[in-house]
Design a protein around this ligand. Structure first.
Ligand code: NAD
Length: 309
């Protein structure tokens, strides 16, 4: 189905998050022109009905609104402002940034694109790969009220759209605050479970009790049952990306002269995790490094249908 009045959408970065989001937009009737640096990823998207372009400039030449879901701030800058970047396209007038890029970088890119008549919707997401597939992401958009109204139908295909502010950077700030809590939940739950096991408790029982008690959090409800206790460590978000979010939070707090003691400890633990296990390891594997010190292994049988960020 194609709705003739709908804008044609570009989608750059069709990875863990981008691919399922692109599939939802196709299913909602949008026409999509995509691009990804990986041939394999681009081919999979093409087979699903996304027209593939050779460059970000070509995507912006062929579409009205470009969405991006890219791994790191330098990559986002390159795709937006680099050679053959979106900035060289002739048609797209709106950029919806779904990646976690940090407030400073998005402000810089938004200002450069505004000079070329392209409006930025700073709109990072939370909810993981499952949320991207199910259309249940939390979408945190910062843009003018008018622009929010015009892009809301697109954002709502992806999840629940919140208008968090008018200035680029506020979407990123919201996202970093959220992911700080998500990272802390995994780190603290891992420590708590290893602590209990070392003293003789069973990890599945611990998670069950926490979920009935006040320790309940996004790691106890979702990550531990779905990816830790079964030792699959396949939640779909890397330790490197989680560390990136904590680093961006820490940098922004520093700029504002704001001490964040707990965030600093959590960031250090994630840095250790990346150094030990590699940036590509799933973020749920943080516990394995704590287990090694303690000589225990959190193995259990729990599965849960729940999904959250
Ligand atoms: P990913 O690495 O799976 O996907 C990124 C894609 O971008 C890859 O397919 C890669 O080939 C492509 N890419 C890299 N450089 C490129 C370039 N120069 N031009 C075009 N394509 C390029 O990462 P992901 O997990 O999908 O995350 C994407 C963004 O979403 C990140 O900013 C991440 O922080 C954020 N995010 C991820 C999750 C999650 O659970 N995975 C949740 C919320 C937000």
């Amino acid at each position: 189905m194609t709705n003739s009045g709908d804008p044609v959408l570009g989608f750059i970065g069709l990875g863990h998050m981008g691919f399922p989001m692109s599939q939802r937009l196709l299913a909602a009737g949008y026409q999509l022109v995509g691009m990804d640096a990986s041939n394999e990823v681009a081919k999979r998207a093409e087979a699903s009905g996304v027209a593939i372009a050779e460059s970000a400039a070509e995507v912006a030449d062929r579409t009205d609104i470009v969405l991006t879901s890219l791994p790191s701030p330098p990559v986002v800058r390159e795709v937006a402002l680099g050679r053959n970047g979106m900035v060289d396209g002739s048609r797209a007038g709106v950029w919806i940034e779904l990646s976690t890029t940090g407030a400073e970088m998005i402000r810089e890119i938004a200002a450069a694109l505004a000079d070329r008549g392209v409006e930025t919707v700073d709109s990072p997401v939370s909810g993981g790969v499952n949320g991207a597939s199910a259309g249940t992401l939390a979408v945190m958009a910062a843009t003018t009220p008018h622009r929010f109204d015009t892009v809301k139908p697109i954002l709502e295909v992806l999840g629940r759209a919140f208008h968090v502010g008018t200035e680029p950077g506020l979407g990123q700030t919201m996202k970093l605050a959220n992911n700080y809590l998500s990272a802390t939940a995994i780190a603290a739950t891992s420590e708590a479970v290893v602590f209990g096991m070392k003293a003789g408790l069973d990890p599945s029982t611990m998670i069950e009790v926490m979920n009935a008690g006040t320790g309940r959090n996004s790691a106890t409800v979702d990550k531990f049952p779905r990816a830790v206790l079964n030792r699959r460590f396949d939640f779909g978000f890397t330790s490197g990306l989680m560390y990136k979010d904590l680093r961006l939070l820490s940098e922004q707090a520093d700029e504002m002269g704001l001490p964040m003691w707990v965030a600093e400890s959590v960031r250090q633990l994630w840095l250790y995790t990346v150094n030990r296990g590699g940036a590509d390891a799933d973020f749920t594997s943080l516990i394995t490094h704590l287990e090694r010190w303690a000589g225990v292994e959190a193995r259990g049988a729990q599965e849960s249908p729940d999904s959250s960020s």
